[in-house]
Design a protein around this ligand. Sequence first.
Ligand SMILES: NC(=O)c1ccc[n+]([C@@H]2O[C@H](COP(=O)([O-])OP(=O)(O)OC[C@H]3O[C@@H](n4cnc5c(N)ncnc54)[C@H](O)[C@@H]3O)[C@@H](O)[C@H]2O)c1
Length: 329
Amino acid sequence: MERKKKEKVLVTGGAGFIGSHIVDLLIQQGYELIIIDDLSSGKKENINPQARFYQININDSALQEVFNMVKPDYVCHQAAQISVSYSVAHPRSDAQVNIVGLLSLLEIAFKNKVKGFVFASSGGTVYGEQQTFPITENSPLHPASPYGISKMTSEFYLNFFYQTHRLNYISLRYGNVFGPRQDPSGEAGVVAIFIGKMLKGETPTINGDGEYIRDYVYVKDVARACLLSIKNMVELAELKKIKRLNQAFQAVNIGTGRGVSVNQLYSYLQDILGFPQEAHYGPPRVGDLRKNILDSHLAEQVLGWKAQYGLAEGLRETAQWLKQIEQLN
Ligand SMILES: NC(=O)c1ccc[n+]([C@@H]2O[C@H](COP(=O)([O-])OP(=O)(O)OC[C@H]3O[C@@H](n4cnc5c(N)ncnc54)[C@H](O)[C@@H]3O)[C@@H](O)[C@H]2O)c1
């Protein structure tokens, strides 16, 4: 009996937090995986041994050789400079990875006739401050940081490559992603930071009054959004043609529609970990948005995606993973 050839997906940033979960899920689903990562923040231990791994920068000329060699069917672009505060201090360096790096990939992807391009955008930053919640994809884009500007600009470029070169794409505007493999020593990722500290018996510090509202989405749900994007890519392009996606961009929010304050998050974690101490409060972080909650009905309509993990379940799995890591160290 003839065996169906596996489709190949190239994941940039596949050694990182979100990218590595995408790689794991796609391998489980029968795809052949290729990872490109420069390991600037990604880790070797996150790399699925069944994937082919190339340690290169997305701006490196070796990118072309990798494409020539592996001929991917799809690209799932997760590699990025991910720190908002770094982008504020170093906007040029942020743009070098997040805008120029994207362009390097897009030029090669359309020349290699990939079937589709999935982009990791940011629903937490492209909208900036809004008045109406939850935020839909048609809400105005007001990014307040170079990082958010780079994600918004990327969507304009994706649209350009779609219009001009017929490169199919979807942009997934993630909420605040959390879960296993998020770096507890990073400056972003409040869930990992709080759990990491609580497990060490240290009292976490809440920046500002703790009434900053976010839409926390579990990383395995995000990985499933990427899988569904790949599965529906060709159909999505058709949808766009008949204008059922009633917006300029082929972008969908990936969130839960539920807003949770940092104070609430802290108290959930106290319950889960049996951590008695109350939080310390520090000065607010400059530029932190007050509120971000994403409406993901469009993702449900066009991808059949809806968050399946509840916050408590995701927090428990993340705490479990961090406990194991602590024991290993
Ligand atoms: N974590 C979140 O809450 C969140 C929210 C919205 C959007 N995103 C986006 O999701 C994607 C993944 O983020 P993450 O949280 O997993 O971060 P991460 O830092 O864990 O992953 C990024 C990966 O990209 C790699 N990388 C960075 N620059 C590179 C370059 N120039 N060439 C090759 N590889 C490079 C890093 O080594 C790392 O493995 C990013 O595009 C990020 O902007 C994340």
